[in-house]
Design a protein around this ligand. Sequence first.
Ligand code: CA
Length: 219
Amino acid sequence: MRVLLAEDERVLCDQIKKVLSAEGRIVDVAHDGQEACFLGSTEPYDMIILDIGLPMRDGTSVLKEWRSNGIATPVLILTARDGWSDRVDGLDAGADDYMTKPFHLPELAARVRATLRRSSGRTNPLFEKDGIAFDTRSGRTTVCGVPVDLTAQEMAVLSYLVHNAGRLISRTELSEHIYEYDSDRDSNTIAVFINRLRNKLGADLIQTVRGRGYMIEPA
Ligand code: CA
């Protein structure tokens, strides 16, 4: 799942990115409101974390622009402790959730997980099918109870397919959700990741729909 993180405090930004990346999220960073607005308008994020107090353009105006342009990506806003009116404005502008600074990183990570679950219509954070279990909270993956090590990219592919279980996902869509903005997106490497996942998890979990893409059946 690909997340846009719009935050101008570099240290906080690095900390958040580290925590989310460790859970297999692909995180793009914007340090000001203009960059945030551009990325959020042009890239297909699964979720956006938006600081309200951003340079160049404040987060609330960016959020209003996205919503008026029909961009429905779930947005979690970050506000200052005394910024109760920012929270009201942000929620009214179309934010889905908020966190007040300072916050504990594990709580932010949990809210991100909850938001991604809600937006994909999943209520259970644990995906289990035919002896394979994937915990969307930790990325922990087991086959018949035996832990399997996945690389960050394999986890990103599996996570996107699991969150969209029951829906056919094209290679292009998959590549848009597992690579960072400035990386070389090669949809051919998707087939490589799928093969590695099949080697680790068995051949049956991920189905290939010839010429169209991949799918995991719902649990
Ligand atoms: Ca700020």
